[in-house]
Write a protein that binds this ligand. Sequence first.
Ligand SMILES: [Zn+2]
Length: 282
Amino acid sequence: MKTFTRLLVAACLLLITPLALAWSNLGHRMVGDIAERHLTPAAHAQVAELLAGEPEPTLAGVASWADELRNDDPEYFKRSSRWHYIKMTASCAYEPEQNCPNGECVVAQIERQTALLGDRSQPLAARRDALKFLVHFVGDVHQPFHSGYRDDKGANDFQISLTTDIKPEAYARSRYVDGVMGTNLHSIWDYYVLTSRKLDAKTYADLLDSSSPWPTPAKPILATDAPAWAGESCRLIDARHLYPDGHKMDIGYLDAQRPLAEQRIRQAAYRLAALLNETLTN
Ligand SMILES: [Zn+2]
């Protein structure tokens, strides 16, 4: 009986242990954190006003909200779950009628949420949600496999056995056996490529933001640029050989691809800052 009780307690603890990191939390946090450092004072004041009352009222603090809806508001998550990605055509072109029917894709949602955010006649709550979605979606569209073209659900169907000492997130722990993680290529990019650098979000964001000077965009960054960002992501998949030859992987792949992942985080952050400056300052 004692053993049974102990097992029961252990099982309950497992169930109530919160996820250490939400889905790909590290990358999203860094996008929000770096972007916030490059806001104009006027845009920054608007962001502070919109996020007042949030548990963590910063762009980093709300960057994973759109993913956390999965547990916090399943109905809202269901309605918005198609907004995190797009399946492009084989030529990596954006054909709205074909790959974004009814605006149900990340590209159209970046445009829609930007319009909502910039519309001062909208209720504050609607503009706050728009800001939280935008921080997340600009991050997502820069993850190459959120804008893929193959019929494999953004490489979610491409299985990987990863030899790693990185502990998986709580929900995936049962698939980590003897140092080998059963996962897929999408998750490798969402989580393992960046996490394997073993830095906390703040230290990592400091490093990426200081790694080279802030590039001044040649022209204003607008939400209508989102199709181009999706196109870049899509073309990177083949240009940078993101699909490995086999299904076994170790730190070699993660190390080789990490500079590209870091570059996409920086691009997402700088573009998000410029977009917010444009939308909230004018
Ligand atoms: Zn997402």
